[in-house]
Design a protein around this ligand. Structure first.
Ligand code: UDP
Ligand code: MG
Length: 167
């Protein structure tokens, strides 16, 4: 069954110039990239994305981390990988959450670290299951930014919305 997963190259991955390395590793999966962009995690988006961890002692630091405030890179690279077994394939390549427990050859094992404040800077996010993937993809992407139809959509008319166009 084709499956979608959200991938984020986190701010430490961008700061360490690892985008190319990470995408090369992920290409081993032979999955298809169906959306990609550089995006900024607002406070709201960061909190929503990690809301399952809001009671953890490291939550506040994690929000600073994903917003890019620890790396002077206020952005992430967001991608959607799509295909057979996308989640397990990408999570296997990513490795364990704790970079010190991750396989040394995995992305997190090779490039991650634990900061002195205890946050796992593990360079990449991969959705954990289908339900998380759907929720996270809908947080980070609009339907028209994705070249396949992943989830149901609807058309709405927004008369009061102002949009920016090229000048
Ligand atoms: N994290 C952390 N310390 C922990 C657990 C998680 O710093 O003890 C951070 C880490 O950056 C991780 C993110 O919080 O990637 C989300 O945690 P989750 O348990 O969802 O792990 P993941 O799905 O990213 O492997
Ligand atoms: Mg997770």
């Amino acid at each position: 069954m084709d499956q979608a997963t959200l991938i984020l190259i986190k701010p430490d991955g961008l700061k360490k110039s690892l985008t190319g390395n990470i995408l090369t590793r992920l290409s081993e999966t032979k999955l298809e990239i169906v959306a990609a962009k550089v995006a900024r995690a607002s406070e709201e988006l960061a909190i929503e994305h990690y809301k399952h961890l809001k009671d953890k002692p490291f939550f506040e630091e994690l929000i600073h981390y994903i917003k890019g405030e620890l790396h002077d890179r206020r952005k992430v690279m967001a991608l959607i990988y799509w295909g057979e077994g996308a989640i397990i394939k990408c999570r296997e390549l990513a490795g364990a959450t704790n970079p010190e427990e991750a396989e040394p050859t995995s992305i997190r094992g090779a490039y991650g670290r634990i900061t002195t404040s205890g946050v796992y800077e593990n360079v990449i996010h991969v959705s954990a299951n289908d339900q998380d993937a759907e929720r996270e993809i809908q947080l980070w992407f609009q339907p028209d930014e994705i070249i396949v139809d992943l989830y149901p959509t609807k058309i709405i008319t927004e008369k009061t919305d102002k949009i920016r166009v090229w000048g």
